[in-house]
Write a protein that binds this ligand. Structure first.
Ligand code: ZN
Ligand code: ZN
Length: 286
């Protein structure tokens, strides 16, 4: 049992969510850290922006994440808070692949610790279809996991309104597509995967593994200041080419750091790779 040994054992944390994320985050936090997660009943995280885009998100993803966790502290009166944020779109380096970035924060108001961990999902359930009729996309949405995976329907052009979200029956989907197509100036409906956690099972799984990653990290303490959360904070390029030894853009070292102090160390990459493929060398394969 690692739980009781954690610096947080026996504490309660508020989780600022309206989307059932406690199912994904609760088990790892309880088993690994000994933290009990509770969700306040009177929380409107949609004030902070939503996936369906009706409300503009203020600030960067980290700012929204931390603001959400602080909102949790405020409404619950607890001194420990957890919040999660996701962002979906084309992969920044590989624009033809969709990617999901998930972030999770734990704020400890007692110590001032703000611990943020992230993960990248290279196969998120994230897709958009433009259609006039349900039948034309029925196979594709089923392949995407419908009806467990819910859909959002809106007009493809014209009024920027959501016709329906959280759609999980064929009848509702057909009606919503018809309604959206009628008000769209091009007669086409835009159907997309609902990215809210409780409507997106793949996302729920990503959040669960991220919760485990953050919980494991919070069991590691800084050797300089003893704060919990010692872990990877970045990478350093320069892995040598296996032919000529020149530094490449590939990762050479992982930078390890602390959330509370400036202590930092570097270690070789965790996958054990010590040389880069010459195809990525600036000299061997320009
Ligand atoms: Zn430290
Ligand atoms: Zn080379």
């Amino acid at each position: 049992m690692k739980g009781p040994a954690s610096a947080f054992a026996g504490r309660r944390a508020v989780l600022a969510t309206m989307h059932g994320k406690e199912r994904a985050i609760g088990p790892a936090f309880r088993d690994i850290l000994g933290i009990d997660i509770e969700v306040p009943g009177n929380l409107d995280t949609d004030q902070l922006g939503t996936f369906s885009g009706e409300i503009e998100r203020p600030g960067s993803m980290d700012e929204v994440l931390v603001a959400k966790a602080r909102l949790g502290l405020k409404v619950s009166g607890l001194d420990l808070s957890v919040a999660s944020e996701g962002s979906f779109g084309p992969h920044p380096q590989m624009p033809f692949i969709p990617a999901g970035l998930e972030k999770l924060v734990l704020i400890d108001a007692r110590s001032g610790l703000v611990a943020i961990e992230h993960s990248v999902d290279l196969s998120p359930c994230y897709a958009i279809w433009e259609t006039r009729r349900l039948i034309d996309i029925a196979d594709q949405i089923r392949a995407a996991g419908f009806p467990d995976q819910a859909m959002i329907v809106r007009p493809n052009s014209g009024p920027a309104v959501i016709v329906q979200k959280g759609v999980q029956t064929l009848e509702n989907l057909e009606a919503a597509i018809g309604q959206a197509a009628r008000v769209s100036s091009d007669g086409v409906a835009r159907v997309q995967t609902d990215m809210r956690a409780r409507f997106n099972p793949k996302r729920m799984m990503s959040i669960a593994s991220l919760a485990k990653k953050l919980a494991d990290r919070l069991c590691q303490t800084c050797s300089s200041c003893s704060a919990p959360g010692w872990g990877v904070k970045g990478t350093e390029a320069g892995l040598p080419c296996s032919w000529c030894g020149a530094p490449t853009a590939w990762v050479l070292h992982e930078l390890m750091g602390c959330f509370m102090c400036d202590h930092e160390t570097s270690r070789p990459r965790s996958d054990g790779l010590t040389e880069a493929d010459p195809a990525h060398c600036p000299y061997c394969n320009p």
